[in-house]
Design a protein around this ligand. Structure first.
Ligand SMILES: [Zn+2]
Length: 333
């Protein structure tokens, strides 16, 4: 299984490169970094009634089941995290929900806020790492003072691991709850196709801040995708071409740099938050409601175009991270 994982990682990297994203090299993973053991198809036996799981070469171990599962068990993962051992059971289930009818929405993910949708809702960025920054710093310092591989060093290391795991769990919790809210509220959700986006950027997404965002956007979209699938919600991926530059009110192309936060259309006077404008465009493209671009007319007759009117900036409805997190816990797949 380790061999198989290695080769599939290499293949996945090659695929990612093909999609136009920048890739690095695989790093040697020492035994200290290795935390997962994979039993694929066979080598395990689960006794749910007595809460015992038997692994070949290991033996029978008692376990506590947090969540019941159903379907065909395809594999079992054993993973160690922060001093605890977890068993992840992979089961296959057939889900086919009829497609729903109802409201639709476009969502744009951004850097300043996590996401903005075409109904004017702004989801703030979760600052989860910042909340734990002091604690991480303290634990890192305490770890470097210890003798390597000593008992104290191991304790310090596992404490640090726990904090990192906590942040990862908080992030996942946030993304699960947010995607759940969207899937429950809308019958059709339109998002940008990130693969096309990266292909167009030639893998030039630089900067740590950006790469962290990339990871959580990707995860958000995959959560949306599988939740939509089992709820009968349509998830439409649109070509991100011109979604930021185009005026969502009249269709003119309004060039703007990444630092410009406000969309101001010189043709129709529409003023809106940059990401909100993009979300409306994503919604329109996804729902296939095209309009005629009026760029030419604007240039020849500035200010005289019939639909020239001042549109007031739409008041956006801000949602804090706490509002998302206060939802009841979302069960993982
Ligand atoms: Zn306009």
């Amino acid at each position: 299984m380790v061999n198989y994982t290695l080769w599939s990682n290499i293949r996945a990297l090659a695929q990612t490169k093909k999609k136009g994203r920048k890739i690095g090299k695989l790093r040697f993973k020492s035994a200290f970094r290795y935390r997962t053991l994979n039993y694929n198809q066979s080598g395990f036996k689960i006794d749910r009634e007595h809460e015992f799981i038997t692994f070949s070469k290991i033996g029978a171990l008692p376990f506590r089941m947090h969540r019941p599962y159903s379907g065909d068990v395809k594999g079992v993962l054993i993973t160690r995290s922060g001093g605890e051992w977890y068993v992840i059971i992979q089961a296959e289930q057939k889900v086919s929900e009829p497609k729903r009818e109802g409201r639709s929405v476009g969502i744009d993910v951004g850097l300043n806020s996590f996401a903005v949708d075409s109904d004017g809702t702004v989801i703030e960025n979760p600052r989860l790492f910042e909340q734990s920054r002091d604690r991480i710093k303290k634990l890192q310092q305490s770890g470097t003072r210890k003798k390597r591989f000593s008992r104290n060093w191991k304790t310090a290391k596992s404490r640090l691991e726990k904090v990192y795991d906590h942040i990862t769990n908080q992030k996942k919790d946030f993304l699960h709850k947010l995607s759940r809210q969207y899937v429950d509220a809308y019958a059709t959700i339109c998002v940008e196709d990130l693969n096309i986006k990266y292909l167009k950027e030639n893998g030039k997404s630089t900067g740590l801040r950006r790469s962290i965002h990339d990871a959580s956007w990707g995860r958000f979209y995959s959560y949306l995708a599988y939740k939509a699938e089992s709820a009968g919600t349509n998830l439409i991926k649109v070509d991100p071409r011109d979604t930021t530059q185009m005026c969502s009110n009249c269709g003119s192309i309004v060039k703007k740099t990444l630092s410009e936060r406000v969309h101001e259309c010189p043709c129709c006077g529409f003023v809106a938050d940059r990401d909100y404008n993009a979300a409306v465009n994503i919604h329109r493209v996804g729902m296939e409601q095209p309009f005629e671009p009026v760029e030419m007319l604007c240039i020849s007759q500035p200010g005289k175009f019939p639909i020239c009117r001042a549109v007031e900036t739409m008041p956006l409805h801000r949602i804090s991270v706490m509002q998302v997190l206060s939802m009841k816990q979302e069960a993982p797949p």
